[in-house]
Write a protein that binds this ligand. Structure first.
Ligand SMILES: Cc1ncc(COP(=O)(O)O)c(C=O)c1O
Length: 424
C-alpha cells in the first residue's frame, strides 16, 4: 500500500520546484497568489490533470501525449459528437450560413435556424416557448438575473452548479441556500421569507453535476405550490438523457407543466455548445427582452445550431442510443459496486467514485491514466473537505469491451490504494 498524508498540499510543500520551469518564470504579483502556488505544486509533482491537450478523439476514446485512452470523463452522454448525421448537418450549415453570426440574436445575428431550433426545443421539452442562448452558463446568468430583481428571492440548492452561484451574484435580488436535496431546509426558508419578497424562485440542478444525484422535483413542486414560488430546473445533465427520448428530468417525473423554467445546455448530450431556457410564452418573451447575456452577446454559430437540431432528430428517432447508454450505465454501476467502490447511489450516467483524501484521488487518477483510462479528480472546494472523488461518466458509444477494461483497471487500482467503501 502507498502511504498518504491527509492533505496533498502539506505532502508536497517541501518538494523542490522544477528548476527548468523556475528559470523560465518571470515573477509578477500573480506569482504569489495561492492559485498559482497550488497549480505549480501539482505540476511539480506530476499530478496536474487540468487542461490536458487531446490530440485526437473518437468520442469514447481520446489520444493524449500520443497515447490512446478510454474516455470516462466526458459529458458526451449520447456519444453524438462523431455521429455521421450530426457531423453532416454541421458541415451543411457552415456551407449555407458561414462560420459565425457576428452579432446577437437581438440585433443582426438571428438566423431562421435559431428560430426553428427555439420551436423544435419547445416542442421536444413540452413547454410553450423556448429560446437558445450561446452557452448554458449564459442562459443561467441571463435568465436568472432577469428573473430575480431587487424585490425577488432566489432559493438554491447548496450543490448547484457554479453558473447558478454566479447568477445569484449578478442578480439584484436576494439569495438563500438550502441544504442539498433537503426539503425541510427548503421549507424553512420558504416559510420565513415568502411574505417578504415579490417573486420567489427555487433553483436546482435536475441532475447534480458532480454526484449524479437527481433533484427531488416532486417534493420541490409540492412546496412551490404550497408557498406560491416558481420552479427553475437547470437540466444541463438531464437533457438528452433523462425521461422519454431524453426530454429531461421534468419529463422523467411527469412534471413538465409544473416546472416554470427549464434550462438545458448543448455542451453535453447535444454534442455542441449553447443553452436553452423554456417556459410559458410570456415568461420566455420577458427573458428574451431582459436577459443581458442574450441581448449583448453573439448568437450560437450556425454549425452549433444545426448540430443540436440533428441531435434531437437522432435521439427521437433511434431508440438504440438511449438503450445503449442505460445498459452501459447499469454495467458500470454494478461493476463498481461489486468491486466495493462507493458511488453515492448514482442513478444517472455520472458515476462518482468516492476516494476521500485529495492526494489519493490525484495519485489514483495518475494510475488510471498510466493504464489507459482518462477521468477527472474532483477536489475541494468543488466537494466538501475530505470528500475528494473521481468523477466518471458514460456514453451510449462506449463499447462493452472498453468498459470491461475500465473495471479491470479500477480493480487493479483498488489493490494499490486503500479506498473506503463508504463515505463515513
Ligand atoms: C449544471 C450545469 N449548469 C450549467 C452549465 C453550463 O453549461 P455550458 O457548458 O453550456 O456553459 C454546466 C456545465 O458544466 C452545468 O454542469
Amino acid at each position: 500500500m502507498l502511504g498518504f498524508k491527509s492533505s496533498f498540499f502539506s505532502h508536497m510543500e517541501n518538494n523542490k520546484v522544477d528548476s527548468t520551469r523556475e528559470a523560465k518564470m518571470v515573477k509578477s504579483p500573480f506569482s504569489e497568489s495561492k492559485i498559482i502556488e497550488r497549480a505549480n505544486l501539482l505540476r511539480d509533482n506530476d499530478l496536474y490533470f487540468f487542461f490536458r491537450a487531446i490530440e485526437e478523439t473518437e468520442a469514447s476514446t481520446v489520444t493524449v501525449k500520443g497515447k490512446k485512452q478510454i474516455m470516462i470523463g466526458s459529458n458526451n452522454y449520447l456519444g453524438l459528437t462523431h455521429h455521421p448525421v450530426v457531423k453532416e448537418a454541421a458541415i451543411k450549415a457552415i456551407e449555407k450560413y458561414g462560420t459565425g453570426c457576428t452579432g446577437s440574436r437581438f440585433l443582426n445575428g438571428n438566423l431562421n435556424i435559431h428560430e426553428e431550433l427555439d420551436e423544435k426545443l419547445a416542442d421536444y421539452l413540452g413547454h410553450e416557448k423556448a429560446i437558445v442562448f450561446s452557452t448554458g452558463m449564459q442562459a443561467n446568468l441571463g435568465a436568472l438575473s432577469a428573473l430575480c430583481g431587487p424585490k425577488d428571492l432566489m432559493l438554491f440548492d447548496s450543490e448547484n452548479h457554479a453558473s447558478i452561484i454566479d447568477s445569484s451574484r449578478l442578480s439584484l435580488g436576494t439569495t438563500f441556500k438550502y441544504k442539498h436535496n433537503d426539503m425541510s431546509s427548503l421549507e424553512e426558508l420558504l416559510e420565513s421569507n415568502v411574505s417578504r419578497f415579490n417573486r420567489v424562485i427555487i433553483v436546482a440542478d435536475g441532475v447534480f453535476s458532480m454526484t449524479g444525484d437527481i433533484m427531488k422535483l416532486p417534493e420541490v413542486v409540492a412546496l412551490a405550490k404550497k408557498y406560491g414560488a416558481y420552479v427553475y430546473v437547470d437540466d444541463a445533465h438531464g437533457i438528452g438523457v433523462m425521461g422519454a427520448q431524453g426530454r429531461g428530468t421534468m419529463n422523467h417525473f411527469e412534471l413538465t407543466k409544473d416546472v416554470d423554467f427549464n434550462m438545458g445546455t448543448f455542451s453535453k448530450s447535444f454534442a455542441s455548445i449553447g443553452g436553452v431556457i423554456s417556459g410559458s410564452k410570456d415568461a420566455i418573451d420577458y427573458v428574451r427582452h431582459s436577459a443581458r447575456s442574450f441581448m449583448f452577446s453573439a448568437s450560437m454559430p450556425p454549425a452549433a445550431v444545426a448540430t443540436v437540431s440533428a441531435c434531437i432528430d437522432v435521439v427521437t428517432s433511434d431508440d438504440s442510443i438511449l438503450t445503449n447508454l442505460w445498459e452501459n450505465v447499469a454495467m458500470m454501476r454494478n461493476g463498481f459496486k461489486e468491486l466495493g467502490f462507493y458511488t453515492y447511489g448514482s442513478q444517472t450516467p455520472i458515476i462518482p467514485i468516492f476516494i476521500g483524501d485529495d492526494m489519493k484521488a490525484l495519485q489514483m487518477t495518475k494510475f488510471l491514466e498510466a493504464h489507459g483510462v482518462f477521468c477527472t479528480p474532483v477536489l475541494p472546494p468543488a466537494v466538501p473537505k475530505g470528500e475528494a472523488l473521481i468523477r466518471t461518466s458514460y456514453m451510449a458509444s462506449h463499447n462493452k469491451a472498453d468498459l470491461a477494461t475500465v473495471l479491470e483497471v479500477f480493480a487493479e487500482a483498488k489493490k494499490v490504494f486503500e479506498i473506503p467503501s463508504s463515505i463515513h
